[in-house]
Structures are given as structure tokens and as C-alpha cells.
Design a protein around this ligand. Structure first.
Ligand code: 13P
Ligand code: SF4
Length: 383
């Protein structure tokens, strides 16, 4: 077996470990997806919980779940919503694990957060473990650059990585405030360690901060010294973590060319988690909230090919029949972990609470939460 194959097995194993650490999804009393009374059951449970509960829904959630969300948003807007609401005792977070962790950190100790399916993780967040990040930081300490390097951690990361960031003078960012976060970081230090999404880091550094590709190096957590020479690390302004989103990583330059050939006046609109070549060939780039606002403001009959998660693109196409909206890729691709939250899981979680049992609570350990909150609050306070 080749070294590459062994490393791949290691990675799959590590991700399975992370999933099992999150625990089992539900205990078997899940309603059937085909249950004709499911919508009615959801309405009854939601009404019974009233203002004691709040349902937050990320834009990538299924329509059947979004229908019950009190607030929909991108990861930034949902973090703000959690921080701003201190009255709802229970928050059903319809999104992925790292978002629910952030909600738990940002809410009061009286509020409790539930993730209706604990298997709703994020493969990108799993690409940076606390051990790997600590090992990387030790190299920076050996080279004498740790005190001059500011960690900027994408929201799509575990609470432990956010805590590392808070402890080391850094901030969290989302796709809607990455330029602000990186500009701020460069006022605090000379270098940035950007993790875990290399594409968001690179796209922001080059397209928003005016840095060049040669200012960036890629830290591979699976290789000694990140696969870099000491001189490469010392010479870099931005050290990008080698992580990516498996959903946005699928969009290719060929997808862009195919749409442009078919429709010369098409507008290509993509999320900054796409690769640098896709982002540089697009007409518009931005977070999920930006994508929605761009389509809302678009002229009737305008043509769009959108490179982000399919639930959102389909919903936009349905909501704007006067515009021509297509998915950028030829093949259908949902975020499989976002899709884990479906109406049966939401009904199960809400009905359990009506019966007095909170299931799938997300509770971040106190010390981790303390430092992660520092990094999250720095983000919320960014100018
Ligand atoms: P937003 O920050 O745009 O909500 O994106 C979150 C995400 O998971 C994108 O893949
Ligand atoms: Fe994670 Fe990508 Fe899914 Fe977003 S779309 S939750 S980054 S796997």
C-alpha cells in the first residue's frame, strides 16, 4: 500500500473519530420521513414551545426545515442572532456542529442549544484538529514568529480551534467579514495564520487585501514542518492551512467556461470557498447572504450561474422565476452534512422537548468556551 493510501486511510479514520466524538444522532424514535402528519406535528410542537424556543436555519438547510426557522442567515448573521437573543431558553440550531457550538458559546448559561442531528458536522472544520494546530504553533515558536503571527480562524472550525485563536490574540471570521478580519489582524501583527479554509484565506488576501500569491504559503498539517522550509515560513505574510470545502471545491473553471459559452451574458456568482481560479473567473464573489442580496437586486430576465450549496441555489431559483438561475456545476451536489438535519430530526427534537427531554444538546466545555468567546467577540466587534 502506498504512503498516500495510508495517509488517506488515516484521514478518513480521523474524520470517523471526530464524528463518533460528537455522539450518536438519535435514539431510534425518529418519525418516518413519509409520515403524512409530519408538517402538522412540527407545527403543533413549535406552537407548544412558543417563545421558550428559537429555531435558527442556515441558508444551506432543506426547504422543509427553513419553513420552521424563525431566523435564516449565513453563519455570521446566525452567530449575531444567537448573541442578541437572551430570552429564548432553547435554540434549535439547524445548521452544522461548529455553528451550534458558536451559538452555545455566545448565549447565556441559562440558554441551551440543540443540534437536531449530531452527525451534522463539517468536513472542512474536521481538517484542522487542536493537536495539529498546536504542532504548527510550536514550529512558529521555534522560528520566533509566534508573537508576530495573528491567527484568523474561519467560523467553520471546532470550538477548540477558536479557543486557540482567542488565546493567541486572534479573531474568528466568516465569509462575510474575512477582509475586515484579515485587515485588522495585520494591524496587530506581521503575519496571519489563516485556518482552516485555504481558499477563503487566499481569495481574501489576493483579491481584497491586494497581496500577491507569493505572499502566501500553504501549511500541510500532514507533513513535518507543514511541508515548508523554515525560510518559506519566515518569508510568508499569510500562512494558509491546507483545508477546503468538499462542496465548493467541486466547482471548476470548466463549469464557468461551459456557462459562458452557452450564455455569453450569464453572470457567474460564487462563494469565496471556491478555488482561486474559479473565484477570479467569476463576476461576483461573496457569502451566502451576499449571494441572496445580489439575486434580489438583479434585473428581471438577467441570467445567473451560482456556485454554492444546491439547497440555496434551488430556493433562489424558485423565489425568482423572473430571472434565469442555474447551478454552476453539471452534477447535483448538496452539502451532505447540512442535509442531515431534516424535518423528522427537527420534529423529534422539538417533540422531545415538549415532553420535557432536551436531546442532542451542544455544550462546549467551560475553559474552551471562555477563550473561543474571546475570538468570537473580537469578530463581532470588528470595525
Ligand atoms: P457562510 O459563512 O456564507 O454562511 O458559509 C458557511 C458555510 O459553511 C459555507 O460552506
Ligand atoms: Fe462545511 Fe462545505 Fe458543508 Fe459549508 S458547505 S458546512 S464548509 S462541508
Amino acid at each position: 500500500m502506498s504512503l498516500q493510501e495510508l495517509m488517506l486511510i488515516g484521514r478518513v479514520g480521523q474524520q470517523a473519530d471526530l464524528a463518533s466524538e460528537r455522539g450518536v444522532s438519535c435514539t431510534g424514535d425518529l418519525p418516518e420521513a413519509s409520515d403524512p402528519s409530519l408538517i402538522q406535528r412540527a407545527k403543533v410542537a413549535r406552537a407548544a414551545l412558543g417563545s421558550r424556543a428559537m429555531v435558527l436555519g442556515h441558508h444551506y438547510q432543506r426547504d422543509e426545515v427553513i419553513a420552521f426557522a424563525d431566523i435564516t442567515g449565513d453563519s455570521f448573521k446566525l452567530a449575531q442572532a444567537a448573541a442578541d437573543n437572551s430570552s429564548a431558553e432553547f435554540i434549535f440550531f439547524c445548521g452544522v456542529h461548529f455553528m451550534a457550538e458558536s451559538a452555545d458559546i455566545l448565549t447565556t448559561s441559562q440558554q441551551k442549544v440543540c443540534l437536531p442531528d449530531l452527525a451534522a458536522g463539517c468536513s472542512m472544520a474536521d481538517m484542522a484538529t487542536a493537536t495539529q494546530v498546536n504542532d504548527c504553533w510550536k514550529v512558529f515558536e521555534r522560528l520566533g514568529i509566534a508573537s508576530r503571527t495573528i491567527p484568523v480562524t474561519y467560523m467553520n472550525s471546532s470550538a477548540a480551534i477558536k479557543a486557540f485563536t482567542g488565546k493567541n490574540g486572534g479573531t474568528v471570521c466568516t465569509s462575510s467579514n474575512a477582509p475586515r478580519a484579515m485587515n485588522w489582524a495585520l494591524t496587530q501583527g506581521e503575519k496571519i495564520l489563516f485556518l482552516p479554509d485555504q481558499h477563503l484565506g487566499r481569495n481574501t488576501a489576493v483579491l481584497e487585501l491586494g497581496l500577491s500569491l507569493t505572499d502566501c504559503v500553504l501549511w500541510n498539517p500532514w507533513k513535518p514542518n507543514g511541508g515548508l522550509s523554515d525560510d518559506q515560513i519566515l518569508g510568508a505574510k499569510i500562512i494558509l492551512w491546507r483545508g477546503h470545502c468538499s462542496v465548493h471545491g467541486r466547482f471548476s473553471i470548466e463549469n464557468v467556461s461551459a456557462h459562458r459559452e452557452k450564455n455569453p451574458d450569464v453572470n457567474i456568482l460564487v462563494h469565496p470557498e471556491c478555488t482561486h481560479e474559479v473565484v477570479t473567473s467569476a463576476d461576483f464573489v461573496g457569502s451566502t447572504e451576499f449571494i441572496i442580496k445580489t439575486i434580489e437586486a438583479a434585473a428581471p430576465a438577467s441570467k445567473w450561474a451560482i456556485g454554492t450549496e444546491l439547497n440555496l441555489v434551488s430556493r433562489l431559483a424558485k423565489a425568482h422565476p423572473d430571472k434565469e438561475i442555474a447551478f454552476l456545476d453539471k452534477t447535483v451536489c448538496y452539502c451532505s452534512t447540512m442535509n442531515r438535519i431534516d424535518l423528522p430530526h427537527l420534529v423529534w427534537a422539538m417533540e422531545s422537548l415538549v415532553d420535557g427531554r432536551l436531546v442532542n444538546q451542544i455544550q462546549v466545555e467551560t475553559q474552551v468556551a471562555k477563550y473561543a468567546k474571546v475570538a468570537l467577540e473580537r469578530m463581532l466587534a470588528l470595525p
